[in-house]
Design a protein around this ligand. Structure first.
Ligand SMILES: [Zn+2]
Length: 412
C-alpha cells in the first residue's frame, strides 16, 4: 500500500470513530444546509460543532456548495450594524423565492418568501367548500405573486392541509372537516414548479425543527412530538431532526385526532364516534360551551378566542369548559407519549390561546397516565402565530434544500 493510500485509509477509519461522520454524505449535507440557513452567517467551526463532525469534514462538504454558488462565505446580505461584520457561511438565493400555502378549514393563507424565510408578500381568502374553486383561487394567487416578484423566479410551492396525504405528497387523501376526498392538489394546480402537499401537523413539526435550529439545537436535541389542536387535532413526529411520515405506502401517520377516547362518544366528521378531537380541539371547546340545546341558535356566532375572553373575564362556565377540554387534551397526550415513546411534546394551534386554563388539567391528566408515571415527559409551547404559513413555507424549503443536496452529491 502506498504511503498516500495508507494515510487515506487511516483517515477514513478515524472518521468512522465518530458516529456522526458515518451518516450518509447526502443526509449530512442536508443537515448542514439547514443549520446554515437557521444560523447564517455561521462560522465553519460552529457548523462542525453543531453537526458533531470534524472541521475537515465540513471543509469537504462545503467546497462543492461554494463552488456551485449555493453557499457564500463572508458578510451576510443584510446590514449587520456598526463594527466588523461577522464572517461565516450563508445560503445564496437572491434570484429565487418560495411559496407556502396553508389550506385551513375556513381560510387560505398564501405567502412568498426568500430562502432564509423573509416574507415578501402575503394573501388571504376564504376556503371554498368546493375544492375546484379553492384550487383555482390558489393558482390565481400564486400567479399574482409571481408577477409582483418578477425580479425573482418561483422554485417550489409547499402546501399544508388538514388531513393525510399520499406518500408522494401530491394528493390530499381526506379532509373530514372540508368533506374533501382524494384531491390531486398538485395536478390541479398545474404549475411549472414542484408542488408538495403536507399534512399540517407534519408541516408544523418541520417548522418547529427549524425554530429549534435557530435557537441552536443539534440533531440529538431534535426528538419531539408536535400536537397541533385547532379545528381538529394532528400529531407530527420528529426523530433525529427528521420528520417521520409513516412507512412508504401507508399514506397515514399522526392521525391521533381520530383515536377513540370515549367508547360510543360524540359522532366525528371521520365517520367514527368518540374521537380525541371531538373532546380536546378548539372547535370541540366551543361546541361544549354552547351545549346541545343552544347549538342551533349560537352556532357560528362564537369563536374559540371569544370563549377564552369570557374565561379570562371570569365567566365560570367558560373556565370550566376549558378545564374539561384540558383534561381530555392531557388524556390524549398521555396516550401519544405511551404509543410513540417520545416524551418531549411541543404544542401548537389555536387551542394554545386558552393555555392558562387548559395547562393544569392537561398536566394532571398526563400525570395520571402510564406515561406520566414512567417517563420524564415535558410540554412546551410552540409558536402560536407563525406555524400555519410558516409550516407550508418550510415544506417548500425542505424540498429546495433536498434538490440542492441531490445535485451536489450526484456531481461529487
Ligand atoms: Zn374522527
Amino acid at each position: 500500500m502506498s504511503k498516500l493510500k495508507e494515510v487515506s485509509v487511516k483517515k477514513e477509519l478515524k472518521s468512522r470513530d465518530n458516529p456522526c461522520d458515518q451518516v450518509a454524505p447526502a443526509q449530512t449535507t442536508h443537515e448542514l444546509l439547514r443549520i446554515v440557513r437557521a444560523a447564517q452567517p455561521i462560522p465553519r467551526v460552529a457548523v462542525a460543532r453543531r453537526l458533531g463532525v470534524h472541521r475537515r469534514r465540513v471543509t469537504v462538504l462545503v467546497k462543492p456548495l461554494i463552488d456551485s454558488g449555493i453557499l457564500r462565505e463572508g458578510a451576510p446580505d443584510r446590514s449587520v450594524g456598526v463594527g466588523r461584520p461577522p464572517i461565516g457561511l450563508s445560503l445564496r438565493g437572491e434570484k429565487v423565492f418560495l411559496v407556502g400555502v396553508n389550506i385551513g378549514v375556513s381560510q387560505i393563507h398564501v405567502g412568498a418568501s426568500t430562502i432564509d424565510g423573509k416574507i415578501l408578500s402575503e394573501d388571504h381568502f376564504p376556503t371554498s367548500i368546493d375544492p375546484n374553486v379553492t384550487i383555482t383561487s390558489i393558482r390565481n394567487s400564486v400567479a399574482k405573486l409571481s408577477t409582483d416578484l418578477s425580479d425573482r423566479s418561483l422554485t417550489v410551492v409547499g402546501i399544508s392541509v388538514v388531513g393525510p396525504t399520499d406518500c408522494k405528497r401530491e394528493r390530499l387523501l381526506y379532509a373530514p372537516h372540508l368533506g374533501w376526498r382524494d384531491i390531486p392538489v398538485a395536478d390541479m394546480l398545474n404549475l411549472d414548479v414542484p408542488v408538495l402537499i403536507e399534512n399540517n401537523a407534519t408541516a408544523t413539526a418541520i417548522y418547529e425543527s427549524h425554530r429549534r435550529r435557530q435557537q441552536g439545537a443539534t440533531k440529538t436535541a431534535g426528538d419531539f412530538v408536535v400536537v397541533r389542536a385547532g379545528t381538529g387535532i394532528g400529531v407530527g413526529l420528529v426523530l433525529g431532526g427528521e420528520v417521520f411520515r409513516g412507512t412508504t405506502g401507508a399514506d397515514i401517520a399522526g392521525e391521533f385526532g381520530h383515536m377513540t377516547i370515549v367508547a360510543g362518544g360524540k359522532a366525528c366528521s371521520c365517520g367514527n364516534f368518540g374521537c380525541w378531537e371531538k373532546y380536546a380541539s378548539a372547535a370541540s371547546a366551543v361546541e361544549l360551551y354552547v351545549g346541545d340545546s343552544q347549538r342551533a341558535k349560537m352556532r357560528g356566532t362564537i369563536r374559540f378566542t371569544d370563549l377564552v375572553s369570557k374565561a379570562t373575564a371570569g365567566e365560570r362556565r367558560a373556565q370550566v369548559t376549558l378545564e374539561r377540554v384540558g383534561s381530555h387534551f392531557g388524556i390524549g397526550i398521555g396516550n401519544v407519549i405511551c404509543g410513540l415513546g417520545v416524551a418531549r411534546v411541543v404544542l401548537s394551534g389555536e387551542l394554545l390561546h386558552g393555555w392558562q386554563f387548559i395547562e393544569q388539567p392537561a398536566r394532571a391528566a398526563i400525570g395520571m397516565s402510564l406515561a406520566g408515571r414512567l417517563s420524564r415527559w415535558s410540554l412546551e409551547q410552540g409558536d402560536l402565530h407563525g406555524a400555519d404559513l410558516g409550516g407550508a413555507l418550510e415544506v417548500a424549503v425542505e424540498h429546495y434544500l433536498a434538490t440542492i443536496v441531490g445535485k451536489t452529491t450526484r456531481a461529487a
